[in-house]
Write a protein that binds this ligand. Structure first.
Ligand SMILES: [Zn+2]
Length: 399
């Protein structure tokens, strides 16, 4: 590798120089990994021309990544071409996997995603977690994680880390769920309660859902507001491809934006919050339906059958969403609002009134409303992919 341009500059100490070279090597390893992940299979020469390094420098980096099991050689590339064929490189299908997990109000799910982005193992269970203490919920989750890890290991894969999505507020850079009202969890340290020996990340499900949209969604811009719902309603704002977390990590609590300041009391302590009009339970109540195991499925079925009471309840929910989103759109100017999670299944009946309300209140801004194709899998996929991205971002750290 050629020396960094400031090597000869006076005042750079030997230790600092070593740090600089080490940092540059790590960055270059990441550039090679990202390039092959995004555009592979590629020859060494193609990688070199894409990232602007010499072929010799790229070969050294590739050798290191191949030895670490992060890249693999697929054999001669384009054998019909004149000249010595280069060996095509691809991200390894046997290397590290990211384990993603989700604690939902009504379900648990776990999956393993490899460096190519393929789901290699998954497990899930429908279970009512509302009001259950964290210990048994996380013990159940650990069992599913164990199943997925064993299945991945049988295929020669190596779990690189675990990311857990929860429907609640997670203190920034911690494993602590500060408050998850729909689970009734308070100050729950997931790291301490989950008997799994893998590097752990815990985050709000809406944050993982938004990152799944950013990384896996089709035609999703770098600036968008992702809105998802289960029992609660969450949002996550992506600005220039990065998640806006807020000072404490609590950004995106769209469900508690007031729609009618004098409306019904909300468990958060406020009144007339969006959740009181567009949350699953509020919509079911307005539609005259009972609670059941697949509440969203029931709403979809009735709305598709033309049940006018259900359709009206969804129209009203769309209007409430439009009012709540007005503040976010006026303040933050996202390019689009993406409806994800359960909202994506209800979108046909929510969107007309949502767009009407939002359009009236944000005239001329041109913020479109689109529907996620990832839907309810967003949080668990986003969690697993966040581990994969961390490996691509710092392949030296994954070895
Ligand atoms: Zn509230």
């Amino acid at each position: 590798m050629s020396a960094p341009p400031h090597e000869a500059r006076p005042g750079v100490t030997g230790a600092r120089l070593a740090d600089t070279q080490h940092g540059m090597r790590r960055r270059n390893l990441a550039r090679v990994m990202h390039t092959v992940a995004a555009h592979g299979p590629l020859s060494r020469a193609s990688v070199a021309s894409r990232i602007g390094l010499t072929r010799a420098a790229v070969s050294t980096l590739v050798d290191e990544l191949t030895r670490s099991g992060l890249l693999e050689e697929l054999g001669p590339e384009r054998p019909g071409r004149v000249g010595r064929p280069g060996s095509a490189l691809a991200v390894s299908a046997r290397g590290p996997v990211g384990i993603g997990a989700e604690v939902g109000v009504d379900h648990l799910s776990v999956c393993a995603v490899d460096l190519r982005g393929d789901v290699r193992a998954r497990a899930g269970r429908a279970v009512g977690n509302r009001g259950r203490p964290p210990e048994p919920v996380l013990a159940d989750l650990a069992e599913l994680i164990g199943q997925v890890v064993r299945e991945a290991e049988r295929e020669g894969l190596r779990p690189a880390g675990l990311a857990v999505a929860v429907p609640g507020l997670v203190a920034r850079d911690s494993h602590t769920v500060v408050r998850a009202p729909n689970l009734d969890w308070h100050r729950t340290d997931v790291g301490a309660l989950l008997p799994v020996e893998l590097p752990l990340t815990v985050d709000n499900e809406a944050n993982f859902g938004a990152r799944a949209e950013l990384w896996l969604g089709e035609g999703v811009p770098d600036d968008f507001l992702h809105v998802s719902a289960e029992v609660g309603i969450g949002a996550a704002l992506v600005v220039d491809g990065l998640l806006l977390r807020g000072s404490r990590g609590f950004a995106g609590e769209l469900g508690h934006v007031p729609v009618r300041p004098d409306g019904p009391a909300c468990p958060c302590g406020g009144r007339g919050c969006l959740e009181q009009y567009a949350g699953e339970e509020a919509v079911l109540r307005a539609a005259g339906l009972r609670q059941g195991p697949d509440r969203v499925g029931l709403l979809v079925e009735r709305a598709a059958d033309g049940d006018e009471k259900v359709r009206q309840a969804l129209r009203d929910a769309g209007t409430a969403l439009g009012i709540a989103l007005t503040g976010a759109v006026n303040l933050l100017d996202p390019r689009t609002v993406v409806l994800g999670g359960a909202l994506s299944r209800l979108a046909p009946w929510l969107i007309p009134s949502l767009e009407e309300e939002l359009g009236r209140r944000t005239a001329g801004r041109g913020c479109s409303v689109t529907v996620s194709r990832i839907g309810s899998d967003g949080p668990v996929l986003g969690a697993a992919h966040s581990v994969v991205r961390a490996v691509l971002d710092d392949p030296a750290g994954a070895v």
